[in-house]
Design a protein around this ligand. Structure first.
Ligand code: FES
Length: 131
């Protein structure tokens, strides 16, 4: 049975994830670090980018570049960063501000990564399955 996953763009999709599925332990994620997780969204496997920002807050986006729909990492979980700390797509170099996830340079300037809602309870990071 599917679950609803809220995205910040207002779209709601279903997921086969159980409520107890854990994406990460907060204590295992350094500040200002990027990670990749494979999840089921709407019955389909999806790659997510997890970002723990410098203040410790968590964000997630689909690992899909708005330019050409390719993954941003050059190898699973291996993300490029600019000298200023921005996230750089490994395919054609689109550059995304962190923690906002908006493209500030490159072929899709002005577009945004598609955010996925998370919930953090104590040390546990999960997809937000609330409607
Ligand atoms: S697919 Fe990311 S910049 Fe082209």
């Amino acid at each position: 049975m599917g679950r609803s996953i809220g995205r910040t763009n207002g779209a709601v999709v279903s997921s086969s994830l159980n409520a107890d599925d854990i994406l990460a332990k907060l204590s295992a994620l350094p500040l200002d670090s990027l990670h990749e997780r494979e999840v089921m969204l709407d019955g389909e496997p999806e790659s997510l980018i997890l970002y723990r920002d410098a203040a410790g807050q968590m964000r997630a986006w689909l690992n899909v570049c708005p330019h050409a729909g390719r993954r941003l990492d050059w190898s699973p979980g291996q993300f490029l960063r600019s000298k200023q700390g921005e996230l750089v797509c490994a395919v054609h170099g689109a550059t995304f501000a962190l923690p906002e996830g908006n493209c500030v340079a490159g072929p899709c300037r002005g577009d945004c990564l598609r955010a996925v809602a998370l919930q953090v309870e104590g040390d546990v990071v999960r997809l937000n399955t609330a409607d």
